[in-house]
Design a protein around this ligand. Structure first.
Ligand SMILES: *Cc1c(COP(=O)(O)O)cnc(C)c1O
Length: 426
């Protein structure tokens, strides 16, 4: 207790106050559970915002870290190490794209994607193609916090205070094909999408919209860029969410679960796009280091061995089915959606969504709320039915308690309304 209080006091003096943290001090974890300083276990249905794909304390990850840290942690990108080609082979085989650049984080991967698009458009211009430098991003998009990424992120509160942000970005209404057509022109160098928007509320693109974005980009030589930082690496039951649509982007970005908890990002692109990048044009000191690569390889190989994509699909379907059944009992749940283990339950009130997250936390279950009214579940891929049952049971109880409050007001309204219009008894 004292320890947490001391840390809170110290952080409030020493850190930029960018986070509104829950007052919990986590010290360890095992499987789908993360454990606080008092030894209390929390069922983690958020996995560090979609990062801890294999949960906590996984032997495969611990072994890879131990082995690689004894061998080599960092070399810089001036020299070779064993990991990048091995990992790139696995990523290109699974994503359908041809080449990789390794970064450290999601936002940094996204910067790489944007830079690739601009330099590729420049090459096309030099080859006589009429193409501009504009980006079309989507409303409710989230691509990160660095300048390029934040410029393509929809929420004004993330962009405005830092203005002027990178110019040349226009936002298209989500899944609005007519708006996309109206805003697309030869001025556009890339259309930027998340196949399933994450922070925007777990909202999937429609097949029609995604296909139109692909067709428009192809028609002028512009690029289609899919941000798979949250939805990629098996989260939705496929390696990338765009594979549910049968659509291949020219560039994609990966990060969150890529190295099972270590920071690692990747930009992948087609052979055609890759030809614009030459030595010295782009780079990073830490990106694709031996340690992160070794862990990412171990995670992918484990997922393959254990069939975790199929598992994520199966448990995710069960989770959604249970949430749907919950929705039939509780009117406050107005939509259940998602793919695999990227799942949302949308509520009819932001206040209620906040309350549910807080009540779940009291019951030692971690979820979060995004896009105001959306309960979001991004559990580790090793989640089992029994964990889903625990979460559903808790939600059921919380919704019932809350409905009690609601129906009390409804009953009160009825009671007052009744004497005027209702039949008199006795
Ligand atoms: C989290 C996220 C990012 C940013 O990743 P960071 O590692 O936090 O920089 C970008 N795009 C999407 C879709 C994300 O979910």
């Amino acid at each position: 207790m004292l320890k947490l209080d001391q840390i809170r006091a110290a952080e409030s003096r020493l850190l930029l106050q960018t986070y509104d943290r829950s007052p919990i001090l986590f010290v360890t974890g095992e499987g789908v559970h993360i454990v606080d300083e008092n030894g209390t276990k929390y069922l983690d249905l958020l996995s560090g915002i979609g990062v801890n794909a294999l949960g906590y304390g996984h032997p495969v990850i611990e072994e890879a870290i131990a082995r690689q840290s004894r061998a080599l942690i960092h070399t810089s990108n001036l020299y070779y190490h064993e990991g990048q080609a091995e990992l790139a082979l696995r990523l290109t085989e699974r994503t359908g794209l041809d080449r990789v650049f390794f970064a450290n984080t999601g936002t940094e991967a996204w910067e790489g994607a944007m830079k690739l698009a601009r330099v590729y458009a420049g090459l096309k211009r030099s080859e006589g193609v009429n193409i501009g430098t504009k980006f079309l991003a989507l409303e409710q998009s989230f691509h990160g916090r660095t300048f390029g990424a934040v410029s393509t992120t929809f929420k004004e509160k993330y962009r405005e205070p830092f203005g002027p942000v990178v110019p040349g970005v226009e936002f298209v209404r989500f899944n609005d094909v007519a708006d996309l057509r109206a805003k697309f022109s030869s001025e556009v160098c890339a259309i930027l999408v998340e196949a399933i928007q994450g922070e925007g509320g777990v909202r999937p693109l429609t097949q029609e919209f995604f296909a139109e974005a692909r067709a428009l980009a192809t028609s002028t030589g512009a690029l289609l860029i899919a941000d798979e930082i949250q939805s990629g690496m098996g989260r939705t039951g496929k390696w990338c969410a765009y594979q549910h649509y049968g659509i291949l982007p020219d560039i994609t970005t990966l990060a969150k679960p890529l190295a099972g908890g270590l920071p690692l990002g990747a930009v992948l692109c087609t052979e055609e796009v890759s030809r614009v990048m030459h030595a010295g044009m782009h780079g990073t000191t830490f990106g694709g280091g031996p340690l992160a690569c070794a862990v990412a390889i171990a995670v992918i190989d484990y997922m393959e061995r254990e069939n975790l994509l199929a598992h994520a699909t199966e448990v995710g379907d069960y989770f959604q089915q249970q949430l749907r059944s919950l929705a039939t009992r509780h009117n406050a749940i107005i939509d259940v959606r998602g793919k695999g283990l990227m799942i949302a339950a949308e509520l009819d009130s932001a206040e209620l969504a906040k309350l549910i997250v807080a009540e779940m936390l009291k019951r030692h279950i971690l979820i979060n709320c995004t896009s105001d009214t959306v309960l979001r579940f991004l559990p580790p891929y090793i989640l089992e039915h029994a964990h889903v049952d625990i979460a559903i049971q808790a939600l059921d109880e919380i919704f019932t308690e809350h409905a009690g409050v609601l129906s009390a007001t409804t009953t009160a309204a009825h009671t007052t309304a009744n004497p005027a219009g209702g039949p008199h008894h006795g």
